[in-house]
Write a protein that binds this ligand. Structure first.
Ligand code: PLP
Length: 368
């Protein structure tokens, strides 16, 4: 058995939720509130030279983790994660979207956080194991899916500062409805002037918990202003638009072209972002990754050059942006509705994911 060809030992839950309890949860899953009966765990151990390998792969009952209070993750935040979804198709098969991209990004994040590389086949097999065991947890109404959360944590008990030599990779799953709750409606956004989520040379382009911790104070500020999400700017670069706390941003121009902020090192490279770029090009649209400033956003909306703005990410798919609030200034009309380009790309993306539109790029991987 090689390091990349693991056998998963099976320890099914002795206490799965009852059919009735699961049915009640699936009737109104919300987002991130409920978890399935199982979890997958794979452990990594290294010697003092850093050489090591993955082993003890297992499917086990979902439940609390026994962790030493000195575990490095609890003190120095050595943690990364991914976010993806499993979709039940009409014929009963279960698929995930661009899993190779998530596996590659996990490893880019791992390199930044000095965590070990995880072979792609262990990543994929972990998803397969969990989704196979918990496939009766996949909700199937429009816009619903099983959200998958792979993550890697430093478990070694050691308070010195160095990369941990004991690490666990885990996957949990959560039935998911609409991220923002209720019907799809434009979300209002608060411009963060007091806080940044990332800085040059930092961890902004890694998917790690620390970036989210850094975004919470700004998120609280946004909520106090009646907004659901925060927009982060690069204040040292003409207030270039970066992204929301957990979603990338796209602008639709009057001539039909799409613009999204160029990857700057402080922006997380979303799989949804890359997919929208590709789908835009497939439609013959001009799609540009470039610097776009807050001034251009304001002026473009005022002049009518910018006709739609939307946010995108796995959790919320594609969500129209309504008003942008920057202190007392408001950009965008209060009665804005989801625009036609936003909705059309959203429908195509959801169609590919749920198996009702052709998957011309081979983006789907069958899990079950
Ligand atoms: C995960 C994430 C996104 C969206 O990435 P997807 O791969 O499209 O889900 C965008 N920004 C941040 C900060 C993220 O963590």
């Amino acid at each position: 058995m090689t390091a990349t060809d693991l056998e998963f030992s099976q320890h099914p839950s002795a206490n799965p939720k009852s059919d009735q309890e699961r049915t009640e949860i699936l009737a109104d899953p919300g987002f991130g509130n409920h978890f399935t009966d199982h979890t997958v765990v794979v452990d990594f151990t290294a010697d003092t030279t850093g050489a090591g390998g993955w082993g003890n792969a297992r499917l086990e009952a979902y439940g609390p983790i026994a962790l030493d209070p000195a575990a490095a993750v609890l003190h120095y935040g050595q943690e990364i994660f991914e976010g993806m979804k499993a979709y039940r198709h009409e014929d009963g098969s279960v698929w995930t979207f661009r899993a190779d991209q998530n596996a590659a990004r996990l490893n880019r994040s791992a390199a930044r956080l000095a965590l070990p590389q995880l072979p792609e086949n262990i990543f994929l097999e972990s998803l397969r194991q969990l989704v196979t065991a918990d496939q009766n947890w996949i909700p199937t109404r429009e816009g619903e899916s099983l959200y998958l959360r792979p993550f890697m944590i430093a478990t070694e008990a050691f308070l010195g500062v160095r990369p941990a030599r004991e690490v666990s990779f885990r996957v949990i799953a959560s039935p998911a409805g609409n991220y923002f709750g209720g019907e799809l409606a434009p979300v209002d956004i608060w411009v963060s002037r007091n806080y940044a989520r990332a800085g040059r040379g930092g961890t902004g382009n890694a998917k790690c918990g620390g970036n989210y911790a850094a975004s919470l104070a700004a998120q609280l500020e946004a909520e106090a202003q009646g907004c659901k999400q925060v927009l982060f700017l690069d204040q040292f670069n003409d207030n270039a638009v970066e992204e929301l706390g957990g979603m990338n941003v796209f602008f639709v121009f009057k001539d039909g072209s799409l613009v999204t902020p160029a990857l700057s090192g402080t922006i997380l490279e979303g799989v949804t972002r890359s997919s929208v770029i590709q789908l835009g090009k497939d439609r013959g649209l001009t799609v540009t990754e470039r610097k776009i400033t807050l001034d251009e956003w304001r002026d473009g909306v005022a002049s009518g050059d910018i006709t739609e703005v939307f946010a995108c990410g796995t959790a919320a798919v594609i969500t129209p942006i309504g008003q942008l609030k920057d202190g007392s200034e408001v950009i965008g009309a209060p009665d804005s509705k989801a625009g036609p380009v936003t909705m059309s790309i959203r429908e195509q993306l959801l169609g590919i994911q749920t198996g009702t539109s052709p998957d011309t790029h081979g983006w789907l991987t069958r899990l079950v």
